[in-house]
Design a protein around this ligand. Structure first.
Ligand code: AMP
Length: 184
């Protein structure tokens, strides 16, 4: 209990789609194991599917406390995780994100789809606007996010994004580097 009270809680965003190649599930597994090895807790979207399920199961196997936050309307669709140490069923997406933000000490986005993008952009933009000071980290081992990052750099060069905004996101290639960045 004492260890948990003192430990860091990492919010992980990642894909919820079962169709993704096996390597992404392995990556999510590695992140779950890695955060547990550091004595951290997990807050995530509460799904047992795909990468989201893999990160939570690996975290629990490693002894981490896992907190899932899921809107009532997605409990079936996203297969809410019955193994979560805490499963918080909320009314909508805004409440989901607010609770996840509240619980988290840092945010880590893995490869994902539109939902992951949406979640990442909200914590990234609120960080560069100074609305919070928690680390916002992207783990991109295989250039999954390369198109997005190139577009954002283009926004910067065309004057639509500031250097402060660019600096507010830490992009990493390995699980260890990502977790180190989340610890800062
Ligand atoms: P995806 O990256 O599309 O597989 O989605 C990953 C997770 O993001 C899923 O649990 C989605 O329910 C969630 N998600 C999608 N849209 C939003 C949103 N607007 N706010 C919070 N979570 C979302």
């Amino acid at each position: 209990m004492e260890r948990r009270a003192l430990s860091r809680t990492l919010c992980v965003y990642c894909g919820s789609n079962d169709a993704v190649p096996r390597g992404y599930l392995d990556l999510a597994d590695e992140v779950g194991a890695g955060l547990a090895a550091r004595g951290w807790s997990l807050v995530w979207g509460g799904s047992s599917a795909a990468m989201m399920g893999a990160v939570a199961r690996a975290a629990r196997r490693g002894g981490a406390h896992t907190v899932g936050v899921i809107p009532r309307g997605l409990v079936e669709l996203e297969r809410a995780d019955p193994g979560a140490d805490e499963l918080l069923v909320v009314e909508g997406m805004r409440e989901r994100k607010a609770l996840m933000d509240d619980r988290a000490d840092a945010f880590l986005a893995l490869p994902g789809g539109l939902g992951t993008c949406e979640e990442l952009f909200e914590v990234w933009t609120s960080r560069y606007l100074g609305m919070h000071a928690k680390p916002v980290v992207l783990l991109d081992p295989d250039d999954h996010w390369d198109g997005l990052l190139r577009w954002v750099r283009e926004l910067r060069s065309r004057g639509f994004a500031t250097q402060t905004a660019m600096d507010a996101l830490v992009v990493t290639r390995t699980v260890d580097a990502a977790l180190d960045a989340c610890a800062r």
